[in-house]
Design a protein around this ligand. Structure first.
Ligand code: DWN
Ligand code: SAH
Ligand code: ZN
Length: 405
């Protein structure tokens, strides 16, 4: 039995992927296969309904100078964050000399737009390499983990924040108590804490089990977020479903009593209840889908290889580590994966040790089939690589089920 990271209640496991490598550690050919492994298992807190991993990976093993993910690698995500910045500027950053803090600002994709508007800002980003990229664009960044102590230091140096924003970061942080105490120390009265993360409702609906990996410690629902906010004197005052990264929710949180909650909050929680998202039985059914998808994908790859057809992967995503390692897909079934990220090219996929090549080499020559590991960027990638399909190439997707497009 494992204890809930939020309320110390009992966490009941509903799926176990066994030992897994870190999803964003890309070794070179020369480095041995003896990489760090941890047990990737996920469960539901029977008391506060928070869905979470059972084992925590030490944060410095994941988020360090060489963290490879660049948020700006997708055009759609650049547009999404530019729109987010414009919305925050128009709604929350309207007072005199407003101040915006972003937790997990990565390469500055969102804060760059806040900076261009001439608004005071600060990114808090422990991964030094991506923080440096943001600085090169003129974004102010503190290379640090956001937590209570950091928040108090920022409040002392820069004063209170009008908005504290985070995308795809709060679900990465097991120590939510320190986060909320930090937000309380830094947020001005009447300010908001806004964050967006993958939504358990979408993961269950579309079988996107590869959203489960080391960095995604929590899989949130409106109900579980409302609960954790409440514990620390805050209130969930708004929710918005977002189409990015396969389905997310943006949560708006204010100090209790400061803002009236939108009807969207109880409406989404009622929907979650009717779908049984806080019931072990519902979540256990995910497992049937995971095993079926992995078996179908391996069978398809074996069949294609057996017929002498060439297959490659597209997008060395963090998510794909869960798929390749749980399904047992190695270079024999999938000889290489193409990706645009400089820090991944020429290295090996975690665990499976499948070589990664530059996406520029994708057409030299095209494989017969390509597994779209970056399925959350389907529209963007299919448009960019239209020549692949035009020349008879076929895309393989595996969520919500294995399918040749
Ligand atoms: O939560 C997280 C999200 C925001 O980013 C982090 N924990 C880690 C990371 O997860 P991911 O690696 O699964 O994210 P993406 O955005 O699905 O990764 C896309 C990958 O595909 C990148 O390595 C870049 C690559 N790519 C590409 O080669 N060609 C992406 C696009 C759009 C392309 O056209
Ligand atoms: N916000 C970006 C990056 C998401 S990747 C986007 O949506 O694309 C997650 C980021 O969170 C990484 O850049 C990682 O270094 C950062 N991170 C992890 N723990 C953190 C913490 N305690 N405080 C601030 N950033 C953190
Ligand atoms: Zn709990």
């Amino acid at each position: 039995m494992s204890k809930c990271r939020v309320c110390e209640g009992e966490v009941r496991k509903f799926f176990d992927f066994g030992k897994q490598p870190l999803s964003d550690t890309f070794l070179t050919e020369q480095e041995s296969g003896e990489a760090y492994h941890f047990r990737l298992a996920v469960g539901l807190c029977t008391r506060c309904t928070m869905v979470q991993l059972l084992e925590e990976v030490p944060r410095d093993r994941m988020f360090h100078h060489d963290y490879p993910y660049h948020s700006s690698g997708s055009r759609r995500m650049r547009e999404h964050f530019a729109q987010t910045a414009r919305d925050l500027l128009a709604t929350e950053l309207t007072g005199e000399d407003p101040f915006c803090v972003e937790i997990g600002s990565n390469d500055g994709v969102m804060l760059g737009v806040i900076k261009d508007a001439g608004v005071r800002h600060l990114g808090v980003e422990p991964s030094g390499g991506v923080a440096e990229l943001a600085r090169k664009d003129g974004v102010r960044v503190r290379t640090d983990f956001f937590e209570e102590t950091t928040a108090r230091l920022i409040a002392g140096e820069d004063g209170p924040a009008d908005v504290i924003y985070a995308a795809n970061t709060i679900c990465h942080i097991p120590y939510l108590d320190s986060i909320f105490r930090g937000v309380d120390a830094l947020l001005r009265p009447g300010g908001v804490f806004v964050f967006e993360d993958p939504y358990l409702g979408d993961i269950v609906e579309r079988n996107t089990f590869d959203q489960i990996y080391d960095e995604h410690f929590f899989l949130f629902t409106a109900r579980s977020v409302r609960g954790v906010a409440h514990r620390f004197g805050f209130e969930l005052v708004d929710v918005h479903r977002l189409p990015v990264h396969g389905g997310e929710v943006r949560y708006t949180i204010a100090r209790r009593g400061e803002r009236a909650p939108s009807p969207a909050v109880p409406a989404l929680i009622a929907e979650e209840t009717s779908r049984g998202l806080a019931e072990l039985g519902t979540l256990e059914k995910l497992g049937d889908g995971i095993d079926r998808i992995c078996a179908d994908l391996v069978a398809l790859l074996r069949d294609l290889r057996g017929r002498g057809l060439s297959v490659a992967g597209y997008g060395a995503t963090a998510k794909s580590a869960t798929v390749t390692n749980y399904a047992g897909i190695g270079p024999d079934l999938l000889p290489c994966v193409y990706d645009t990220t400089p820090a991944k090219i020429g290295r090996l996929m975690p665990g499976s040790r499948i070589p990664i090549r530059s996406a520029e080499e994708f057409g030299r020559p095209y494989p017969d089939y390509a597994v779209l590991f970056a399925w959350n960027h389907t529209e963007e990638i299919l448009a960019k690589e239209e020549e692949f399909a035009a020349q008879g190439g076929k895309w393989i997707v595996y969520v919500p089920e294995v399918r040749v497009l």
